[in-house]
Every structure is written in C-alpha cells, then in structure tokens.
Design a protein around this ligand. Structure first.
Ligand code: N01
Length: 534
C-alpha cells in the first residue's frame, strides 16, 4: 500500500508553490497539481483588464533570495501579466516544473483508512495516491454568481471576473453592465470607462477605496531597495496583516484633532492600503475611532465629486459600515470616471435588479441595454474551492457535510475527521486578512516542519482532535467579537453567500497566528491524534 507520493499539493499559487519548494528540499516525493494552464493561482483566473495587486513591491513576493535577487518589477503595484511572469520565474529558478502537473483538475479526493493515504481522482481519468493531501487553493477559488432570474435568456456575453476568458474580452465600444463594486469591480470599471460605449455600474454597497499612487519602478532603484528586503521580509511576519508595518499603538481618541488628521493625511499621501493597516490602534475595534477615519475618507473622496447626489451614493454622509471592516480597494481614477458621459452609476439599494432580459439588466422601473454583463460579485471565500474538490474523510464524511453548520478547522489548516490533510490559505487562518506570501510562507514552513516530524516519529496518520478544533474555532470567533468586523455584511463574515453561516472566516492577526502555530509545534504538536505503523 505504498502511496505514489508522500504528498500531493493542489494549487500553484503562492502557497502551493512554496510548499512544493520546501517539501522537495526536505526530501519528500511531491506532486503539485493545478487545473490552470500556468502557475499563479488567483493571477491565472483573474486576468480581467486592470487586475493588479494591492500590496506594494516588495511585499507581494517570496522572501527567497535566489528568487528576488534575480527579479525586478516594472511597477509598484504589479499587474496580472507581470505576476504571471513572476511565477514562471519562480518555477524556473527553483526548478519546480518537473514536479508540477498543470492543466489537471482533481475531481475527487478520498481518504483510505486501511492504507492511511489519500486517493485523488483526476479529470483525465487517472488516480494518484499520496500519504498527505495538501490543498492550497487560496481563499477565493470559487466565484459567486448571484441567481438573477433571466440570466439564461441574455443575448449578449456575460462572465465573472474570476473566469475571464484567457484570450480576453475586448471592452472597446461595448455596452457593459458591471455588477459589484469590490476590489475586482473597481479595477474593471477603471479600464472599461476608458473605452466602453457605455458602462453602467450596479452598486449595492459603496466601496471605501483608497488612492493607490502607482509608480513605475526602475531597476537601479530596486537594486538600492533590495538591500532592505531581508529586513522587510522578516518584519512582515511580525505584523498583524503580514505587511511591513501595522497599526499604531496609540488610540485615535488619545490624540488631538490636529495630530489625528496629520496622521490620516500622511497615510493618504503615502497611498496603498496603509490607511487600513497602519492607522490608529483602535480603528477596527472602536466605533468612535473608526468614525474619525471614515469621515476623513469621505471628505477626501467627496472633494473629487462635483455632483452632490453622486457624492452621497459613492461616499455617503454616514458610513455604510465601519471603515475597513470590508476590504478597502485601491483606486487610480475611480471617483473621476463617473463624471464621464459614458459612465453611469445605479444604486441597487434604491432600485434592486429584478431580472435579466435578452437585452440587458432591469431594475424596478428601468432597463439598461447591455451586450456584456460582468459579474464582479466575489467568491464563496474560504470553503468554496475545498468543497468543490469533493473531499471525503473518515467514515465517508464529506467536507461539505462537515461544514454544514459552519466552518471549523484546527490551526486554520486541518479538519477533524479528515486525517493527513493540511490545507494552506484556508478558513480560520489569516488568509483573507493577510498579505498573501507572508501567510503562504508561515504555513508552508509549519507544514513542512510537521511532515518532517511525522516522518521522524514514524507516524503514518494524524487527525485533529475534535476538542482542539473546537477551541480554535471558538477562539477565532471570540477574537472577531472584539473587533468591528461582525458589523459589516462582508465576505469576511461569510455574509455574501446566501445560506452561509455568519462567522469570521479569517484569523485576525498574522503574527498572533504564527506564534500560536509555533507554540503547538513546540509542544510536540499538541491537538492531534496520531497512528504509528510505518
Ligand atoms: O469581491 P467582493 P471582489 N447583487 O466580495 C457585490 C481580493 N481581491 O472580487 O458589498 C449586486 O469584495 C457586493 O456588494 P455588497 C480582496 O481580498 C484583491 O471584488 O455585498 N451586487 C460587492 O460590491 C477582495 O476583498 C484584489 O453589497 C452584488 C461585490 O459584488 C476579495 O478578493 C483584486 C451581489 C463583491 O465584492 C474579493 O474581491 C480583487 C448581488 N446579488 C480581489 N452579490 C487586489 O489585490 C454581490 N454583490 C487588487
């Protein structure tokens, strides 16, 4: 019953690629499988016009010196093409290709108790076996398309941002209906506004977007900055969001109005997500502190919009939710596009979409002609991709059944009843709250160390103890309850998917998470049951 592989990794994004590199280095026989034709994970599927990362160079890359020393970016916030090229560079530099099988989907994964191993059924009809199953699907691998009556009758073209055709869609001269104003919607809107005949943006909740302040990057400048990379990469593991810095230690309520505004202004001018992650200590825990941040944001945005009715829709007088409890997006000219003749905003809170017709989108009383509908409507985050992999653990228990009453996971990496499975970037880990590569490396290191420990201890199977899992799941909920996150109907709370249990799906601190995982490792990996018959 020797399995084909020690471990099979599913997913060629940051987590999967890092795991492959680490596990091979530790002497494991590993295969990485991904349905996409190229590595890059989210950057393969989300290749819509304008898709670019919201973390500035060098935060969104691996800390491996052999990789960063031989790579330069052309912009501070790189776009999807460059990110894909980066992933190819990583695979070349680390010589990963021989152990990667791209263009292959795992249709089903089943734990075989007798052999303490996983059987994976691939779409090509083949079955492979592995001691350990390591899904690394990212938090946003399952797109969500709302069930709008009549969509099947639409005569034009429609697609979700995360299923954009690989050969692109020409937006020039099109009549586009764009539904959703999250990070994806903002990026598509800015590009579509440049060339569409008509762009109608359907907004349910205004995005509280921050200025990106994009800049070109020269090689000489990066050569200089690279001297500081090791410190930055060390630092990002020690912050709550996996960025280079975190919130201040001072309350927004303990400084004068002048000092508070000066800090807000500084963050605003520096651009990027800093206004979110480097703000006052209590911005995400105290309503009054949060309101100061919202009011500053609102006034800055309103100064860019001439029409008061439009300003009220895009930057309302009162916050639609506490600032930062839904992911702020970065924008370059988002608030200016609405002044163009070819762009219109429809407020779905006033007039919800009733149905789709062959000609376009109807709301109560109005019809909008479209030849392209873009759904920028988000994801079944955390669980969606894992559930779609049809994973069956002990006693025939499916993962979708295990999560019927809400997400549960020990260390945000493993589910009781699913032995020998550790997922990276999954629910109840920092994932959606983290700068991606930071958590990918923290979890990749931990998983690799754990598998080495299991090998040394001759352990053939592990499973999370139900009590340990319960404790972890409750701890994440309690940590969330100390913040303002539960006040927003966000994907962070599972509130964007009809029927999904409302719970905080991400662990709210990268550094805190890393410390807890290290503590478990230092205590002989407590919280697991193990079987030894190797
Ligand atoms: O998805 P979202 P996203 N009718 O869920 C609306 C990362 N990311 O793809 O807010 C009408 O944020 C929904 O409205 P509401 C990042 O972590 C990163 O944009 O629920 N509208 C919302 O406006 C991000 O947070 C980058 O009221 C409906 C939108 O659709 C995460 O991925 C780029 C609707 C969904 O927003 C997800 O972002 C892109 C309905 N039935 C994504 N259902 C970068 O780093 C939903 N909506 C740059």
């Amino acid at each position: 019953m020797t399995p084909d592989y020690d471990a099979v990794i599913v997913g060629a994004g940051f987590s999967g690629i890092y795991l492959l590199h680490k596990l091979r280095g530790a002497g494991f026989n590993v295969l990485l499988i991904d349905a996409a034709a190229q590595p890059g994970g989210i950057w393969y599927w989300n290749r819509y016009p304008g898709a670019r990362v919201d973390s500035q160079v060098p935060l969104y890359e691996f800390s491996l010196p052999q990789v960063w020393r031989t790579w330069n970016w052309s912009e501070r916030f790189p776009g999807w093409e460059e990110l894909r090229a980066y992933f190819r560079h990583v695979c070349d530099t680390l010589n990963l290709w021989p152990d990667m099988r791209m263009g292959t989907r795992v249709d089903e994964a089943r734990f075989d108790e007798a052999g303490s191993q996983w059987s994976l059924h691939l779409d090509a009809g083949e079955t492979v076996t592995a001691r350990f199953l390591l899904p690394a699907l990212g938090f946003a691998s399952k797109p969500y398309v709302p069930n709008l009556p009549g969509l099947d009758t639409f005569a034009g073209e429609w697609c979700h941002t995360a299923r954009w055709p690989q050969d692109g869609i020409d937006l020039a001269g099109r009549k586009i209906g764009l539904i959703g104003t999250g990070a994806s919607g903002v990026q598509v809107a800015q590009e579509a506004a440049k060339c569409a005949d008509r762009l109608t943006l359907f907004q349910r909740t205004p995005i509280l977007a921050l200025p990106m302040r994009q800049e070109p990057l020269a090689e000489a400048e990066q050569a200089q900055e690279k001297q500081g990379y090791p410190d930055i990469f060390r630092q990002r593991r020690q912050t709550s969001g996996g960025f280079e810095c975190q919130s201040l230690e001072v309350s927004a309520l303990d400084v004068s109005d002048k000092e508070r505004d000066a800090h807000f202004e500084d963050l605003w001018q520096r651009g990027g997500l800093k206004f979110w992650y480097h703000n006052f200590a209590d911005m995400l825990t105290n309503r009054e502190a949060n309101r100061h941040a919202y009011d500053f944001w609102r006034d800055k945005v309103r100064a860019r919009i001439d029409d008061p009715a439009l300003a009220q829709k895009l930057a309302p007088a009162n916050p639609p939710h506490p600032f930062g409890t839904k992911r702020p997006s970065l924008e370059q000219n988002y608030y200016e596009i609405f002044a163009q003749d070819n762009v219109a905003l429809v407020d779905l809170k006033e007039t919800p979409i009733t149905n789709i017709t062959p000609e376009g989108i109807e709301t109560g009383g109005a019809a909008y002609d479209c030849d392209l509908i873009v759904f920028a409507t988000g994801f079944d985050a955390g669980r969606g991709g894992l559930i779609d992999m049809n994973i069956t653990g002990r006693d025939g228990l499916g993962l979708s059944q295990a999560w019927e009453d809400g997400l549960r996971a020990y260390l945000g990496m493993t589910v009781s009843g699913f032995p020998n499975m550790l997922f990276a970037y999954g629910p109840l880990s920092p994932s959606g709250f983290s700068n991606g590569p930071t958590t990918a490396e923290i979890q990749g290191d931990w998983i690799c160390d754990y598998l080495v420990w299991l090998r040394e201890e001759c352990i053939s199977a592990f499973d999370a103890q139900a009590e340990a899992e319960k404790g972890w799941t409750e701890m994440v909920a309690q940590a969330g309850a100390m913040t303002l996150f539960p006040e927003a109907d966000s994907w962070y709370m599972g509130a964007n998917i009809p029927g999904k249990k409302r719970q905080l799906i991400n662990f709210p601190s990268v550094a805190g998470y890393a410390a807890l995982c290290d503590d478990v490792a230092g205590d002989a990996y407590r919280g697991f049951t193990t079987e030894t018959h190797l």
